[in-house]
Design a protein around this ligand. Structure first.
Ligand SMILES: Cc1cn([C@H]2C[C@H](O)[C@@H](COP(=O)(O)OP(=O)(O)OP(=O)(O)O)O2)c(=O)[nH]c1=O
Length: 215
């Protein structure tokens, strides 16, 4: 058992409303974008290999739920815990994070000039039990040359990202078209995340007056 790390700094020491079971800086930023905080961070190390015959949708949902549950078991305080998983899928094949340049080049060559799917799962466990959602987004890439792929790898951006690209960074220049949720591609489908957080009565920024947990 360990204390959740990285409690967001704030002038007044407020208690965290949520624990993020993730090492992804993108997920932290996306939660801040919708006014969720302060949050505690508890990275989890789980086996990300797909199971035999498992569909990509079942895979990302299982991992998001597993990360939330493993995170919940690691923290001392009774906080709701959020886990997420994002995978790039081409012809039913899951492209994870590239281990090296060769893998990144292979992935980007496959994505070049084609439409792929990005599947993003989110799970929240808390007093209301565990709930999860998976969102599919279709992304079309323009053609990428080999020299461009090499320069892109040298930028350092692809190495920690599913499918070896970041839509929020330099990778944005490859994206001809996107159908679905931009935030899901970056790492967390925010519409569904807000819904799951509201079920656990965790405040999320909203236009109407009153607390996010209402209604
Ligand atoms: C496709 C794409 C993925 N990504 C990132 C989101 C995820 O952080 C990562 C996919 O790997 P994940 O295994 O979903 O997450 P992670 O290993 O970064 O973090 P953790 O398991 O600790 O939660 O790829 C982008 O940032 N931009 C993109 O355009």
């Amino acid at each position: 058992m360990s204390d959740p790390k990285g409690v967001s700094s704030s002038p007044v020491q407020e208690s965290p409303v949520l624990c993020l079971a993730s090492a992804s800086p993108r997920r932290r930023e996306l939660l801040a974008q919708i006014g969720v905080g302060p949050i505690a961070v508890q990275p989890v190390d789980v086996d990300e290999s797909p199971q035999q015959g498992e569909s990509p949708t079942a895979y990302v949902e299982r991992l998001a739920r597993h990360k939330a549950q493993v995170g919940a078991a690691m923290i001392e305080h009774a906080l709701p815990v959020l886990g997420g998983d994002t995978a790039v899928v081409l012809k039913q094949r899951i492209l994870g994070k590239p281990a090296d340049f060769e893998q990144a080049r292979e992935m980007l060559r496959q994505l070049s000039g084609k439409t792929h799917e990005v599947l993003s799962g989110v799970a929240v466990t808390g007093p209301a039990g565990i709930q999860s959602a998976v969102v599919t987004t279709r992304v079309r890439f323009r053609h990428l040359s080999d020299s461009e792929i090499e320069r892109y790898w040298a930028s350092g951006e692809p190495c920690d990202k599913a499918g070896a690209y970041g839509i929020q960074g330099l990778g944005s220049v490859f994206v001809q078209d996107i159908r679905g949720s931009y935030s899901a591609v970056v790492g967390l489908p925010l519409y569904e995340t807000a819904r799951l957080l509201s079920i656990q009565r965790i405040p999320v920024w909203r236009l109407e007056q009153g607390s996010a947990a209402e209604g």
